[in-house]
Design a protein around this ligand. Sequence first.
Ligand SMILES: [Zn+2]
Length: 92
Amino acid sequence: MFVERNNQYSVVCHTRVAEDCLENGKWFDSEEEAQDWVEEECWIFSGEGWICLKCNAHFMRNLSQTRRDKGLDSLLPDGWDDDLEVGINTVR
Ligand SMILES: [Zn+2]
């Protein structure tokens, strides 16, 4: 999950699915510092590797897209979200 170049280390994005994927983090003298940096940047650790913010956002968009396609959300006006539906169900 690290890449080394000229004795500098950087954390590599594990998935690289987003078109604007950051691909790797900042370069540091040690792997520890490189990992500290991605933690501070709120990269997501998947268990196999780190996922950059751009790819994480990409996954989130796809998740909501999938849910929308499967459910009845597409029949509802734009702007309706799950919280609103839950609220309506409670009223019923
Ligand atoms: Zn990425």
